[in-house]
Design a protein around this ligand. Structure first.
Ligand SMILES: [Ca+2]
Ligand SMILES: [Ca+2]
Length: 309
């Protein structure tokens, strides 16, 4: 029995890929939203043996079988749905831990940048001054209103956050990527609600309410701990969404793998599924996957992803 291409394509689109650097996760896709090109990049990056830009079918099958062995060992030889999902969720927790630690570091860096006089607190004046700079940056027409379709601000110099060994690797989204004001649309999504524009006054009102909300003890200052709590609270909600999406994805993958609906996976089930996924990316049927190939054409049908709140 083989998987229908249609089913797999729908599934591929729904699940929007897999996990970064995944230790032993066996999901071929992940539970966050991502363009097909990035999903393919992750797939290649994960299974390529000596180069980062292509993966052969033989190498893939070998790695995929090893994955079944790890899964089977974790399940005492009987890979039921519950065992499969538990395996995946354990893998996910490690990924979440890494992503969370990264957020803590970045949040503390942001705190230090905002606390200009370095007294250990962000005063409203410091916060407001930062807001003013952000608004001015996006108010590219200098009209006092940021509107949808305004020219994009000049790109800021990218802060180098990757380590040396990762320098040649492409950037893909963090599992716990949070909304950012990286462009006009991102700015409006955060500050304009359902409107297509936001005035400086409206923007400042929202900044003030965020500031007051963050000042948990109400002493008129935002401490390092308060700043971290506010942001990590939102990260925590995102984590819950990712867990939920990941669990649903693992269940769906299991049911697709379990072709005869026996309630457990054989190695043959597992390999057949992996091969079908491989062929999905190998759009030109070369027994290898590279970024030079055309992407699958199917558009997303369902969205089984962790939505931003
Ligand atoms: Ca300060
Ligand atoms: Ca406070």
């Amino acid at each position: 029995m083989s998987y229908s291409t249609h089913t797999l394509l729908v599934f591929l689109a729904t699940s929007a890929l897999y996990l970064q650097s995944a230790a032993a996760s066996v999901l071929p896709f992940s539970s966050i939203e991502e363009p097909l090109a990035d999903q393919r990049y992750r797939f290649i990056d994960r299974f390529a043996v000596d180069e980062h830009n292509q993966v052969s079918q033989d190498d893939f099958i070998q790695a995929w079988q090893q994955r079944y062995d790890a899964l089977s060992a974790s399940a005492d030889g009987r890979v039921t749905e519950a065992a499969f999902v538990a395996f995946e969720m354990t893998e996910l927790e490690q990924q979440l831990l890494d992503a969370r630690e990264s957020h803590v570091r970045q949040t503390l860096n942001r705190f230090n940048a905002l606390d200009r006089d370095n007294d250990g607190f962000i005063s409203w004046e410091e916060y407001q001054a930062s807001g003013q700079r952000i608004f001015n940056r996006f108010d590219t027409t200098q009209s006092g209103v940021v509107r949808a379709g305004d020219p994009e601000p000049e790109a800021r110099r990218r802060v180098q956050t990757t380590t040396q060994s990762q320098n040649e690797r492409r950037r893909v989204r963090s599992l716990l990527a949070m909304p950012t004001t990286h462009n006009n649309q991102g700015f409006l999504t955060m500050f304009a609600g359902n409107e297509q524009q936001v005035t400086l006054e409206q923007f400042e009102q929202q900044r003030r309410s965020i500031y007051d909300r963050t000042d948990l003890n109400g002493d008129g200052l935002v401490s390092r701990g308060e700043y971290l709590d506010e942001f990590m609270g939102r990260v925590g909600q995102r984590e819950e969404d990712v867990r939920q999406a990941h669990r649903e994805l693992a269940q769906q993958v299991f049911r697709q793998m379990d072709r005869e609906q026996r309630g457990w996976l054989s190695q043959q089930d597992f390999v057949a599924y992996g091969l079908a996924v491989f062929k999905l990316w190998d759009t030109t049927n070369e027994q290898q996957i590279s970024e030079a190939q055309p992407l699958p054409e199917q558009e997303p049908q369902l969205q089984l992803v962790a939505r931003q709140r």
